[in-house]
Design a protein around this ligand. Structure first.
Ligand SMILES: Cc1ncc(COP(=O)(O)O)c(C=O)c1O
Length: 391
């Protein structure tokens, strides 16, 4: 039986490997606590669930989604209102917004709509593991742009060789960043737009954590003058509204690229269930207070984890964005070895930095998307079972 050669390029999905480790430990009767995955356990706010239930009662919504490849105009208008209110960004709902089945889906359709076989495509390293498979599926090759601690985990454009920059057709970036928690600055985004213009590169600015920031302003790529000329932003309701399972997001920005994404979608899926889009409208229009409440919850969890890490010998400053802590692995351990040590000593699962790219080696990632009781238990186990660590 033949399967496609393109699949052979894809390493095992990080979270499948982690899930297997968790399942193996559970099968041995061990009570494993996972701080590895960025999937909020807190429930979706009730008004959003109510909006879904009401819309699901209407047989009109049981049919194929309205305006399949673009999403309902009412949803796209809600996206435009949200961007205007939260980011001071003006969008035309008729040609600058397309509904997505999550930002992960958007990454794939961006690749399908923009990248040609043989292209070079820039990706940050460490970075979200979802980008490279889509690049490979298009017959192109990713080029890893290092993100370093000393540069606040922002890429240094001057380190990208000129011939690579000239050859590259697209660039995937994501701030607030998974896995590092780093945030972009307006100055960095201005440099990004200039770099993209100089080298004729299309930017895919993947921004699903745009709402999850601490002590800094929310930032859209489209806040930057000229950004709409060079790219699109992907966003999602998954993280701010605890809606990862609902599968709804949006691509916004350059109309030509938005159309390319919509064309790829039109020939792949039939869009987002209308009732989920109605629930999305409720979230975008009326969910600001829920987002603020969740930021408070994450800040509390973050502070608890940092207090424990400091007790154990880490020195670490709180991240400004996303709900991850990206901390150095202790001396003497690779990132994977330290994750195994944590599992063995504490039955706590964290994510190895190397899974996010070669520049992720030397770091591990803690996620704050866990019940407070379970987090307290995980931290107690770490305090009781880990030796004093050296860095
Ligand atoms: C950087 C980044 N992009 C995209 C996604 C996928 O988000 P969605 O649920 O909107 O598909 C994630 C999820 O963890 C992510 O971290």
């Amino acid at each position: 039986m033949q399967t496609a050669d393109r699949l052979t390029k894809i390493p095992p999905y990080l979270f499948m490997t982690l899930r297997n480790k968790i399942n193996d430990a559970k099968a041995k009767g061990i009570d494993v606590i996972s701080l590895a995955i960025g999937d909020p356990v807190d429930p979706t706010p009730q008004p959003i669930i109510d909006a879904l239930c009401a819309a699901a009662q209407d047989p009109e919504n049981h049919r194929y989604p309205t305006d399949e490849e673009w999403g309902m105009l009412a949803f796209r208008e809600a996206v435009a209102r949200w961007y205007d209110r939260r980011y001071n960004v003006t969008l035309n709902p008729s040609n600058e917004v397309v509904a997505l089945i999550g930002s992960k889906e958007g990454c794939h359709h961006f690749a399908m709509g923009v990248i040609n076989p043989g292209d070079t495509v820039l990706v940050t390293d460490p970075g979200y593991p979802g980008y490279k498979p889509s690049i490979w599926f298009c017959g192109a090759e990713p080029y890893a742009v290092a993100m370093k601690d000393e540069n606040n985990f922002l890429p240094d454009f001057s380190e990208i060789p000129t011939d690579v920059a000239k050859k590259a057709s697209a660039f995937f970036l994501n701030y607030p960043n998974n896995p590092t928690g780093a945030v972009a600055t307006p100055g960095f985004l201005a440099d990004l737009v200039a770099f993209a213009k100089d080298n004729d590169i299309v930017v895919c600015y993947d921004n699903p954590y745009s709402e999850v920031v601490f002590g800094v302003d929310r930032l859209s790529f489209l806040n930057t003058p000229g950004a709409k000329d060079v790219g699109v932003e992907l966003n999602s309701l998954s993280k701010p509204y605890n809606m990862t399972g609902w599968r709804i997001g949006m691509a916004v920005g350059n109309p030509e690229i938005i159309k390319a994404i919509a064309t790829s979608k039109a020939n792949t899926d039939s869009g987002v269930f209308n009732a989920v889009q109605y629930a999305g409208i409720e979230a975008l229009d009326n969910g600001d207070a829920d987002v603020a409440r969740m930021l408070g919850v994450y800040a509390q969890r973050r502070d608890k984890v940092i207090a424990t890490l400091r007790e154990l010998g880490w020195t670490y400053d709180p991240p400004k964005g996303a709900f991850y802590l990206w901390v150095p692995a202790p001396k003497g351990y690779s990132s994977a070895e330290f994750c195994d040590f944590m599992l063995e000593k504490c039955a706590v699962v964290i994510a190895p930095g190397a899974a996010y790219g070669v520049n992720g080696e030397g770091f591990v990632r803690f996620s704050l998307t866990i019940d407070d009781d379970r987090l307290d238990e995980a931290l107690k186990r770490m305090r009781e079972n880990l030796p004093k660590l050296e860095f």
